[in-house]
Design a protein around this ligand. Sequence first.
Ligand code: NDP
Length: 433
Amino acid sequence: IKRSPNEPEFHQALKEVLESLEPVIAKHPEYEKAGILERLVEPERVIMFRVPWVDDKGNVQVNRGFRVQFNSAIGPYKGGLRLHPSVNLGIIKFLGFEQIFKNSLTGLPIGGGKGGSDFDPKGKSDNEIMKFCQSFMTELCKHIGADTDVPAGDIGVGGREIGYMFGQYKRVRNLFEGVLTGKGLTYGGSLVRTEATGYGLVYLMDEAIKDIGKSFKGATVVISGSGNVSIYAAEKAMQLGANVVALSDSNGYIYDKNGIDLKTVKQLKEIERRRIKDYLEFHPKAEYKEGFEGIWTIPCDIALPCATQNELNEESAKALVANKCFAVGEGANMPSTPEAVKVFHANKIIFAPGKAANAGGVATSALEMSQNSMRYSWTFEEVDAKLKDIMVNIYRNASSAAKEYGCEGNLVVGANIAGFLKVANTMLAHGVI
Ligand code: NDP
């Protein structure tokens, strides 16, 4: 912490993980002897760079770019790129650190990394987005590669941005290789990648609630955000028979008690890039309220926070409990504050942390890497079946690790331990590097 001042989100992630690893360290003195934790919390490499670009008015703009290559013990660095004004080194380190365990949990050979920039895509023209992406990749391309580091999308980075970045990588490096995931289907993308994080979240939650005799069928579901993860979590929950009644963005939330019309949401968010409140233009009986936190006061059985970090606080957690919500699954990374997580645990609510619950995106990215290596594409059904298997296994592994270390039902501890063991044992095998 002394070495990384002013990085509160990174400290928050460290504290949660390190506390849950205490019983593992007590049982395995060899990890302490080999300095596994001290090495694990220090990124292997941090790259920070200037991203200059010219806006539509001819003004020079400068952003800061980041790539944190955190841990490559079990495979090439893998993790998304985030474009959002809140991005700073501490945020990228928190995300990169979490990514190590998440990627390990998938059972696939991928290390942990994360990147992005404080560039704000909101209100930018298509031309400005392209200019930024090209400038960003002109520097980033020196540090990544299909067997070194394979970035993907995250907040503010979808198919369009990946396309511009891939084009620039190919042009500068003169290489057509699987260096990014989330690519378009005509140049190496995988079917199901767009849907993967949201679908995966629902697959994992479905497995978790089965253990208490519940299912999505007939359940009322509240989902925050209205981006990639939220939309496809809603789609899969609806396919399983749930009634999804609310979605949000950083300005406010919509409540449509008979069920959100996802076609309208997709048109507004994926095609027209508009705000969630515009839903009311097409569904005037729905309600819109300003402020994003009020969404958690809507009565529901299952809550899926899918927007951003620390969006669900203690008060919101108490509101969910009061309304008899029985399960919370994190589609976003660290959306629940530590105080909120305590409320869920104290009230025996099934709580699946992001690192386990949203691993479907990166897992499918790893499947995209496999397909690129083979220069071959699997069908939608093949990828979807693999994704479902992976999510069920993640739940089973996290759940049994929690049990083994005396914390039955605590998926936070279980996911951290299950993810940690594979990385720690590999680091032991590689010696002190
Ligand atoms: P998008 O950019 O597609 O969507 C983010 C959504 O969250 C937008 O609707 C945004 O609204 C909204 N939002 C941002 N801040 C808030 C807030 N405080 N309250 C309510 N809504 C808010 O991003 P993704 O869907 O890709 O990512 C969402 C989360 O999921 C992130 O935490 C990301 O790290 C995580 N994740 C994503 C994966 C993926 O495959 N995409 C994989 C694993 C995790 P607005 O337009 O107002 O900003």
